[in-house]
Design a binder for this molecule. Structure first.
Ligand code: DAO
Ligand code: DAO
Ligand code: DAO
Length: 204
């Protein structure tokens, strides 16, 4: 069955199935504070995973309980490392987002993950990616950005359904997904929902 799921704090709606085979596994909210003071909601996000690519994970982890899975570091690293097709859809809710602040945020958050996983800042990789964010793009409230890991560790970006570029890099894919599903995610509750999806589809 298809439908939509609504992120309750922003009202952003996410289709439960994307591009045929990608199923919504969890939704969450990315916030930030400005000058350490005011908290603003930047975007709501939905994490999608390709059904057929998830079969291996289901076979491996389907017998674990929710609490066992929560503490299972191997499960998280399997999701981050394996060549599974996934999409993180962002829906912008902040109405004054500039491309400059997207580039800065990206260099900070994704940059810290690249450093963590590779032990080096890989400035060239980060710049190859941020150079795709052209000044002429506009991201008003309601804009939809899809960040997808396609087969072969290709990170593809679409804005409002239009492809703006792609980069083949296992490290970059892992670093982006880690923001939503890693050790220190943007939204802890979203991560728990994503983890428990393995049980929804468990064969009985
Ligand atoms: O206006 O300076 C400001 C605050 C903006 C904060 C921006 C955080 C950016 C988060 C990345 C958005 C990615 C689409
Ligand atoms: O929230 O800190 C963060 C990182 C989010 C990744 C955002 C990538 C946005 C790419 C699209 C920009 C298009 C101008
Ligand atoms: O079998 O149809 C299916 C889906 C099973 C999903 C299993 C694991 C989901 C973990 C996804 C994590 C995404 C970040």
């Amino acid at each position: 069955p298809t439908g939509t799921s609504v992120e309750p704090r922003t009202g952003a709606a996410f289709p439960t199935v994307l591009d045929g085979g990608r199923r919504l596994t969890g939704i969450g909210l990315r916030k930030t504070s400005v000058l350490g003071l005011k908290n603003i909601d930047v975007y709501a996000f939905g994490v999608y995973a390709d059904d057929s690519d998830m079969k291996g994970l289901r076979d491996k982890y389907g017998t674990f309980s929710v609490s066992e899975l929560k503490e299972n570091k191997e499960f998280i690293s399997d999701v981050l490392d394996q060549d599974l097709r996934m999409t993180v859809r962002l829906q912008i809710v902040y109405n004054r987002l500039s491309i400059g602040s997207v580039r800065n945020a990206f260099a900070k958050t994704v940059g810290s993950r690249i450093q963590k996983f590779s032990g080096s800042d890989n400035r060239e990789l980060l710049q190859r990616f941020t150079s795709l964010f052209k000044d002429e793009f506009k991201l008003p409230r309601g804009s939809v950005i899809d960040l997808s890991r396609e087969q072969g560790y290709v990170l593809q970006i679409k804005i409002s359904g239009k492809e703006v570029g792609e980069i083949q890099s296992k490290l970059l894919c892992k670093s982006v997904l880690d923001l939503y599903f890693g050790e220190d995610p943007f939204d802890k509750r979203a991560k728990e929902d994503i983890q428990s999806v393995v049980f929804l589809y468990k064969k009985v």
